[in-house]
Design a protein around this ligand. Structure first.
Ligand SMILES: [Zn+2]
Length: 462
């Protein structure tokens, strides 16, 4: 199957060029002027006045995740449908190691969740919760499983949290193994005490989720992780960075030449602790960890995206219905399932506030949402750009067709949308994954089970 896309404006992290593009099978075959005169195609798409962007890559998702006595409401099918409508064509989810399990077992468990359901291409990071000597040795063999990144938690005491000895040993091992270490950076010891204290004092409302996870607990843990990674000479990637002092810690390490990277997520650019204080338990819709911060922090993060202090925008997508799931915490904030629906909204809301409102260029938008994630997690240049030979993962983005974000029209399996009513002055109108047209206007054409596991290579760092 050959698809010719004519007259589009191809936008990568580095270039903006007007050209025709030929997809042959699953890959980009040719880019050039006037291809219509030279090649025969089975299907021609006129992209006049539209952008061709590399498909979005979301390197932080939790589909079908068991959490707090319930399960995230998007599985590998519904999550992929939502992602595709939002212009995302690949993602990397977290295979979470159970106590006593091998990393291989953890990865196999997550393969089972995705097999037969996936529409997009997907990879796995492995989240390590039980780091004994055998598991340490297994980090050296992760590449055999197509995995090149691990995640450690400095929060969730008694559940996922690791101590500094474990953290530092893991940095050393990951570094020598060509694996990048991702860190959830909040001080779990401090949070554990603050949560218990708040409950004992009778504070049960959603806003206490934020008040018991103070910004300093994130700044401290971020700085600690970055400094220890520096001593180990290990690349480190801070997930869901939310606030200015944590950002400064990463920026300092970068300036000193360290392989220190960080992502933020759209929710931390738009919302604040005030959203958790909304009446009638509505604040529960914004409960995730780390929590929403302040307007000053929102602005600091926008600055970090523009300046290069931040490297990527992912989502931490982990949706729960307000009715029946978030409500598990009606009596106590610490029983609210942590997580937000974002996978479908990421590109539209970031485009609107980032590109449309002049905070950064369209090339930078592509870099933050696709190219850098592909490089840092070993997928580039197969994914994350538009080049002859790359997978034909592409979004035709119409900058002149506006739409409104809403739970009434989104495709994620969840009963609310954080950006309800927000107008976006652009729309992803067609979405291709490995040459297959998944989204055509309002129609979904993808096939359940057609997504493939992405064997990832060594991260491009340094
Ligand atoms: Zn997460």
């Amino acid at each position: 199957m050959k698809t010719l896309i004519t007259n589009g404006t191809i936008v990568t992290a580095a270039d903006t060029v007007q050209a025709d593009l030929l997809i042959d099978g699953e890959r980009v075959a040719l880019i050039g002027p006037d291809l219509a005169d030279r090649v025969q195609a089975d299907r021609t798409v006129d992209a006049t006045g539209k952008y061709l962007l590399p498909g979005g890559i979301d390197v932080h998702t939790h589909l079908d995740l068991p959490f707090g006595g319930t399960v995230a409401s998007d599985d590998f099918y519904t999550g992929h449908v939502g992602a595709a409508f939002g212009g995302t064509t690949s993602h990397v989810d977290f295979a979470i190691q159970g106590k006593g399990e091998s990393l291989h077992q953890a990865i196999m468990n997550w393969h089972e969740r995705a097999d037969g359901k996936a529409v997009l291409d997907y990879g796995f990071h492995v989240a390590i919760t039980d780091l004994n000597d055998q598991v340490m040795e297994e980090i050296g063999r992760l590449h055999e499983y197509g995995v090149s990144s691990i995640k450690l938690f400095l929060a969730y005491k008694g559940l996922f949290q690791v101590d500094d000895t474990t953290l530092f040993r893991a940095f050393l091992k990951a570094s020598e193994s060509g694996v990048i270490t991702m860190i959830h950076a909040e001080n779990g010891d401090v949070i554990d005490i603050l949560v218990k204290k708040a409950i004992a004092e009778g504070h049960f409302e959603p806003v206490w989720h934020a008040l018991t996870r103070p910004p300093q607990a994130e700044a401290e843990a971020t700085n600690r992780a970055v400094q220890l990674a520096g001593i180990a000479g290990a690349p480190v990637y801070i997930v869901h960075l939310t606030q200015r002092d944590a950002l400064a810690a990463v920026a300092r390490a970068k300036a000193a030449g360290q392989m220190a990277y960080a992502e933020t997520c759209p929710q931390y650019l738009f919302f604040t602790v005030d959203d958790l204080a909304r009446p009638d338990f509505e604040g529960a819709k914004w409960v995730c960890s780390p929590p929403m911060r302040s307007r000053e922090d929102n602005e600091a993060l926008w600055g970090g995206l523009a300046s290069g202090a931040l490297d990527a925008v992912a989502t931490d997508h982990c949706p729960f219905f307000f009715k029946g799931q978030k409500e598990l915490g009606r009596e106590r904030f610490d029983k609210i399932p942590n997580g937000l629906p974002v996978i479908e909204d990421r590109l539209p809301v970031l485009y609107q506030a980032g590109v449309q409102e002049g905070r950064f260029s369209l090339n930078r938008f592509v870099e933050l949402t696709s190219t850098n994630p592909a490089k840092l997690f070993g997928m580039y240049p197969r994914k994350g750009t538009i080049l002859p030979g790359s997978d034909a993962d592409m979004v035709i983005w119409d900058p002149n067709r506006s739409h409104v974000r809403s739970a009434a029209t989104h495709h994620m399996n969840v009963d609310y949308n954080l950006w309800e009513g927000m107008e976006i002055q652009a729309t992803p109108v067609q979405v291709f994954s490995r040459g297959r047209l998944l989204v055509d206007g309002g129609q979904f054409l993808g096939q359940e089970g057609s997504g493939r596991f992405l064997e990832r290579g060594t991260p491009q760092v340094g």
